[in-house]
Design a protein around this ligand. Sequence first.
Ligand SMILES: [Zn+2]
Length: 177
Amino acid sequence: MRKKGEKVTAFDPALAKLAKSMIDAMHEAAGIGLAAQQIGRALQLCVVDLRQAEVDFTWEFDGRPLPLDLWMPIAVVNPKITPIRGTEEVVAEEGCLSFPKIRGDVARPDAISVTFQDETGGTHILKADGLLARCIQHEADHLNGVLFIDRMDKKSRAGIEDAVKALAKETREAAKS
Ligand SMILES: [Zn+2]
């Protein structure tokens, strides 16, 4: 999971199939986002679906407040994130499908603009704030080998140190067997 993802250049059926299987895995785990790194693929590809989340965020998809049902779940390929000028850093609790039982406070810019491609290669611009902006930043971090525990504030991090060590040990033992 520490590997930086390679840029996706082939928008072929194999990519669509991979995105579809990641969406299925995310739904199965009741998650709102999943990055390729989490299933062992170092690619600039993640999937996001916030239709089941409490919608306390705003967005513009390609310049319009398009209803979530019309564009989610979505594959986010080769994302480039820019915080919206003047936005504030907001602290909120995050979790991650790769770290079950671990949650902690992470500060991130509240509002972002992200340029990305979908699985067919079409380019989109999404402006978002709140949970949607946070989710995309969390997933885009995965694509660069960065984990939310790296960004956790000191207090949260200290509280989870034992759990992280136990998980690392479990993962090592699972890799051996
Ligand atoms: Zn995660």
